[in-house]
Design a protein around this ligand. Sequence first.
Ligand SMILES: Nc1nc2c(c(=O)[nH]1)N[C@H]1C(S)=C(S)[C@@H](COP(=O)(O)OP(=O)(O)OC[C@H]3O[C@@H](n4cnc5c(N)ncnc54)[C@H](O)[C@@H]3O)O[C@H]1N2
Ligand code: MOO
Length: 390
Amino acid sequence: MISLEEARRIIAQAVPKLGTVAVPLAEARGRLLAEDVRADAWYPSGDRATMDGYVLRADAEPGEFKITGEIQAGAVPTEDLAAGEAMRIFTGALVPESGGRVVPQEMTVRDGEIVRIAELPKNPFIRLKGQEATPGTAVVVEGTRLGATELAMLAQVGEVMPMVTRLPVIRHVATGEELVGPEEKPSAGMIRDTNSTLLAALVAANGGASLQSFRCGDDPAAMATICAEPCDLLLISGGASVGDYDFGARVLRDLGFEIHFGKVNLRPGKPLTFATRNGQAAFVIPGNPVSHFVCFHVAIRLALELMAGEERPWELVDLPLAGGEPVKPDARETFWPARVEMEAGRLVVRPQRWSTSGDTFSLLRTNALVLVNQASPVEGVAKTLLLTAL
Ligand SMILES: Nc1nc2c(c(=O)[nH]1)N[C@H]1C(S)=C(S)[C@@H](COP(=O)(O)OP(=O)(O)OC[C@H]3O[C@@H](n4cnc5c(N)ncnc54)[C@H](O)[C@@H]3O)O[C@H]1N2
Ligand code: MOO
């Protein structure tokens, strides 16, 4: 049995990298940028007013000014300002070369073609040419996950087909004679397949890939047929343990996969198995849904991130424990379902009621996992893995 740390190290070394592809901006959300995107121009492209008001020369003193024109956003000023002159200007409009400050209209009194300004504000109310970026500046760098703000920046610099990491092709097979579809009524001894829905949602929320889902009984031949098809990541649910019908690792080995580990000092999720074969990665995930949830967040998510070229820190933060259910340490390193919430202006964590790794009910409202190990009992403060996307 290896430690989770060792398991993560092995995954990091063995996981294959995905290639890249150019996609329209509308399809790029949640993907990893595969190149530096650079400013195509000066931002702003010229000195621009940040207020509606009047533009004056930089050396203007308070007094009366003759209004000689108007500059609307989008227009290019052609006239210069002489001493004692002002132009009406609007937010976002280019300031004429001879203009040095904008006075917001609330600080002025207009009288026909004259504007009176009793006091000049300290702030010149101008965004200077290039103050945000100059041509060639890398504005979004390779490896950034594209959220709303990054996509807006790509739009601003005109990058409408960014190079991003290709989405992985993921095949998932839920195994077990006891499984029926969620739409079916299970007869005695049978249960509904919850893992397929759980995994599909976790994968979609962590990088945007979708699963090709399959289900089969405890039948190695049927399993092998599903697993033999090409994909980047193969996920097998159930059949990870030592029972007579646990065929996951055997099927992978027969298909030519190299098994890197099959037992991790982890609760829940001990029989988690990881294997690779020519640019493909595979996990056999212990069948219980809580094991699935934990294995996804501590191991499979890492593989997805690294396949896409992302190196996220392993984010365990110390959070104050605010009651919640008692946590029970175990010989295995345990990740206990928990909920992080705001309380009196600070983040606190509460372990959830959790009985067994089949207890899917403990996962409701879970947005964090608390690390419980025998070496350092959880008292006052809990080492917490924040689950950013659910
Ligand atoms: N003798 C031993 N028995 C077990 C050990 C062990 O070390 N020695 N380990 C236990 C641990 S820990 C786990 S975790 C499980 C893992 O079992 P498998 O991966 O072989 O999974 P199954 O036996 O197929 O299923 C376990 C459990 O989960 C339910 N299940 C399976 N698939 C689904 C699904 N798609 N949706 C919902 N629930 C599912 C299944 O019915 C079982 O109840 O092994 C222990 N045994
Ligand atoms: O490792 Mo198992 O997931 O504890 O029940």
